[in-house]
Design a protein around this ligand. Structure first.
Ligand SMILES: NC(=O)c1ccc[n+]([C@@H]2O[C@H](COP(=O)([O-])OP(=O)(O)OC[C@H]3O[C@@H](n4cnc5c(N)ncnc54)[C@H](O)[C@@H]3O)[C@@H](O)[C@H]2O)c1
Length: 423
């Protein structure tokens, strides 16, 4: 029975291979060494026992950094149940290491969508008090398929832009009966994770998967939010040539002021060697775009949805497709040209790479872990909330301190307050 104290985590879990645990544990130990904020400030805040005995469902890409957060929550007394937030991104050795540490896990790499959803519902059936979610993948499935357990949830913290949008849409429909913290909207999350973390790790993953050179390559970036901006910065720093496609005029103007070429898809796609989607929506590159792409174009997705590059339509319109190298699928489109898709259209930096740098996830998971702790220690009204600015500042200060950096304090003489100029 899920969650029964009498059964072991390995009996309750569904994972690929428990014998991989030692390899996974090494990766978790490495993540710990480079996560001073989660290992220090967060661990210390959680030591008040507020999460002791509380069931916390952790549904984030299941790799070493996530697993380290799981162990810190478990050390604080939480009953953690984990699953991956995408069917392609779970690391089987990490899942095994968590089970070995008596944490229940339902996740296997490349499980396919049906098995993945079944795993998420297994997590739901343990009756979580809190969810630490990514893309609101567990939250929306509980709303759809487990309404009774959904109604009993005490709170959710959400990691991504896409997930926050889903939570706000539940709230707008008056279907959010508990408090949700938009971790993504914390400064210590989106300013660093979406921008620098995704920028570095996406470029790294694309180059590793393809073993190609970036200088001189034309890279169409679809969407210039925090993710698109980070991608453009790293691509240009490595002598690639970004060209930005946007629908929001202010964002497009920002891209222009940042010194990038900005264009419509009709102009950007024909010359693009690589196309990277970062819109947060579905089908940013779809049937009407395939005719515009050149023979040999490589398509990758950095946004949350696996259908941001519409691989379903590409598959339907192609005469054949096959894997040509690990993580690269070639589609013969309309019997006219070859188009290549990386990591099945899933988030390329996570499903096709190592994910964000550890130091970045140290910040994102500090927001998520402390967010969950706040939900357990504060009375929030139902609805979507953000963490207070002081907590953002405390996390940033902890990170700076871990890097040996101290700050000045503001001098009272600097303050241009009303009492100085009205009396
Ligand atoms: N790969 C990762 O590790 C990672 C990390 C953080 C966020 N994300 C995901 O990346 C996505 C983007 O995140 P963000 O924080 O940059 O969001 P954002 O909302 O700041 O930016 C998205 C941008 O895309 C633009 N856009 C939407 N549709 C478009 C279209 N059809 N063509 C051109 N532009 C379009 C929007 O105007 C917006 O400026 C989300 O799904 C988020 O969850 C992924």
């Amino acid at each position: 029975m899920p969650g029964s104290a009498s059964s072991s985590a390995s009996e309750r879990s569904s994972i690929a291979d428990l014998s991989l645990a030692p390899i996974g544990q090494q990766a978790i130990d490495w993540a710990q060494q480079h996560s001073p904020v989660v290992d220090g400030f967060v661990r210390q805040q959680l030591s008040d026992g507020a999460l002791a005995g509380k069931r916390v469902a952790l549904v984030v890409h299941l790799e070493a950094k996530t697993a380290f957060l799981a162990t810190v929550l478990a050390d604080a007394g939480a009953e953690v149940v984990a699953a991956g937030s995408n069917p392609f991104s779970t690391r089987d050795e990490i899942a095994a290491a968590l089970v070995e540490r008596d944490i229940e896990v339902h996740s296997t790499r490349n499980s396919g969508y049906e098995a993945w959803e079944k795993d998420l519902l297994s997590v739901a059936d343990t009756g979580p008090d809190y969810i630490i979610d990514d893309g609101a993948e567990l939250t929306v499935r509980m709303a759809q398929h487990r309404p009774d357990l959904f109604a009993k949830l005490k709170g959710v913290t959400e990691q991504t832009t896409t997930g926050v949008a889903r939570l706000r849409s539940l709230e707008a429909a008056d279907r959010l009966p508990f408090a949700a913290l938009a971790a993504n909207d914390a400064q210590c999350k989106h300013l660093f994770d979406n921008r620098y973390g995704t920028g570095q790790s996406t470029v790294q993953a694309i180059l590793n998967l393809t073993n190609m050179l970036l200088p001189g390559k034309q890279v169409a970036i679809i969407g210039y939010g925090w993710v698109g901006r980070g991608l453009a910065t790293y691509i240009r720093a490595m002598a690639g040539r970004p060209i930005i496609v946007e629908v929001n005029p202010v964002k497009a103007l920002e891209a222009y002021m940042d010194g990038h070429e900005v264009a419509k898809t009709e102009e950007a796609l024909p010359a693009a060697d690589f196309v990277i989607t970062a819109t947060g929506g579905l089908r940013a590159i779809t049937s009407r775009h395939f005719p515009l792409l050149k023979d040999g174009a490589i398509l990758a997705n950095a946004g949350h949805h696996d259908l941001e590059v519409d691989v379903e339509s590409l598959d339907r319109e192609s005469t054949s497709h096959r894997v040509v190298r690990e993580g690269i699928e070639k589609y013969r489109w309309d019997d006219e040209k070859d188009l290549f898709v990386l990591a099945n259209g899933a988030l390329v930096n996570i499903a096709g790479g190592l994910g964000h740098p550890i130091e970045i996830m140290d910040l994102s998971f500090a927001v998520q872990g402390l967010g969950c702790h706040r939900l357990a220690t504060h009375d929030y009204e139902p609805g979507v909330h953000v963490i207070p600015e002081e907590l953002d500042h405390a996390i940033a200060a902890a990170k700076l301190a871990a890097n040996g950096i101290e700050l000045d304090a503001m001098n009272p003489d600097q303050q241009d307050t009303v009492d100085r100029w009205l009396d």
